[in-house]
Write a protein that binds this ligand. Structure first.
Ligand code: PLP
Length: 411
């Protein structure tokens, strides 16, 4: 089945009890068993079943199966947020004294997680220019346990060559973890490229309507955990085979720190999967047209959008994402005052820091998400003082152009 068909029919089992075609919300903390023996068998994994919703829940499992199918994965775990997907995956792969190489242009929250949490627990980081392929290889140390990066750095909107970086990771037997939030499995065939693990903030395009915070981790089955650098995961392969990473992430990390997705959130976010392909096509189409409009607008100093042929990573993005370039644009308008003016004057575009909503959203990244960075640091990540990040929605393109035009005219 093609992506669009799988998104609607694949892994969409009707409710086994009532036949309801939409998988129901199992709003329960725990699950009851007839006998103590059966209960114990479930805990030991001798019998399939759910024990407690901090570990698994049928509604969440249904959403996990659907994301997994769309990603061609080995298995997927949903988490309470995109941030908890990143933290759970990296805590499963590393510990005190280990080292992670990360691309520089990351979501601000991910930088804060590295600086304020994981470093505090003794994990070391090397931050390299996201698109500099050789920098990843040069940063490798004997204790490097993961390479982490994003598909389209936001708000800089640079695009690393994922195949080249995955070749380096493979050569050195280091798991490659990629945050695919901005492209989703619809725009990127991460498994074929050679990525080992993808993480998503399902809050964004997957859910689609900005209603529900959530995240996911998918093991794509490309990494041989029997030869893992992590002793803990290697040890688990004796019991769990190829599922060792997921076992560590689910049973040892997620269940114990409690970074689980609520059943209600899984239900709501799963509704978004049905229309993901349609929405992504439209986000990309609108964003390309709006970027072209900005490129010719006299009040716009510069436009970052990988779909413009002038973008330095245009060719890589075109090949990686099937001639589509995502729904994010960053424009620069000369000063912070001008940026605030445009944000305040747009009528359709809403002022908030989410992305991937049906509605067009605008934000001033430097004074919000990157507020704790120095101006130089924020600028290196694309969050210049005069930059506006736009998450392009699904409105009619003429209305979007008119809205931004009237706001820009006033500067
Ligand atoms: N990854 C990326 C690329 C993001 O843009 C975000 C949030 O904006 C996150 C992760 C964090 O996701 P969440 O807000 O669901 O925790």
């Amino acid at each position: 089945m093609k992506f669009e068909t799988k998104a609607i029919h694949g892994a969409c089992e009707p409710d086994p009890v009532t036949g309801a075609t939409t998988y129901p919300i199992y709003q329960t903390a725990s699950f009851e068993y007839e006998t103590a023996q059966e209960h114990s068998d479930v805990f030991h994994g001798r019998k399939f079943g759910h024990q407690y919703s901090r570990v698994t829940n049928p509604t969440v499992t249904s959403f996990e199966s659907r994301i997994n199918l769309l990603s061609n994965g080995l298995g997927t775990i949903c988490t309470s947020s995109g941030m908890s997907a990143i933290s759970t995956a990296l805590m499963a792969l590393t510990g005190a004294g280990d080292h992670i190489i990360t691309g520089k242009t990351l979501f601000g929250g991910t930088h804060y997680l590295f600086r304020h949490v994981l470093e505090n627990f003794g994990v070391e980081f090397s931050i390299v220019a996201s698109t500099d392929v050789s920098a990843y290889e040069n940063a490798i140390r004997p204790n490097t346990k993961a390479i982490f990066l994003e598909t389209i750095g936001n708000p800089k909107l640079d695009v690393p060559n994922l195949k080249a970086i995955s070749d380096i990771a493979k050569k050195h037997n280091i798991p490659l973890v990629v945050d695919c939030t901005t492209v989703t499995p619809y725009l990127l065939d991460a498994k074929t490229i050679g990525i080992d693990i993808i993480v998503l903030s399902t809050t964004k395009y997957l859910c689609g309507s900005g209603t529900t915070v959530g995240g996911s981790i998918t093991d794509l089955g490309n990494y041989d955990w029997k030869n893992a650098k992590s002793d803990k995961i290697k040890e688990l392969t004796k019991k769990l085979g190829e599922m060792a990473f997921l076992g560590r992430a689910r049973r040892q990390i997620q269940s114990n720190i409690g970074s689980i997705m609520a059943p209600m959130n899984a239900f709501i976010a799963a509704l978004g999967l049905d229309t993901l392909s349609l929405r992504m096509e439209k986000h990309c189409q609108n964003a390309l047209e709006l970027a072209q409009f900005f490129a010719h607008h006299p009040k716009v100093k510069s436009v970052a959008y990988p779909g413009l042929p002038t973008h330095p990573d245009h060719a890589i993005a075109k090949a990686q994402f099937g001639n589509r370039f995502g729904g994010l644009i960053t424009i620069r308008v000369g000063s912070k005052k001008n940026a605030y003016h445009v944000i305040d004057e747009t009528k359709l575009a809403r002022t908030l820091v989410n992305i991937g909503d049906t509605k067009t959203l605008v934000a001033h990244p430097q004074s919000t998400i990157y507020r704790d960075f120095t101006l130089d640091e924020a600028g290196e990540l694309g969050a210049h003082e005069d930059a506006i990040r736009i998450s392009v929605g699904l409105e009619h393109i003429d209305d979007l152009k008119a809205d931004f035009d009237q706001a820009l005219q006033g500067i």
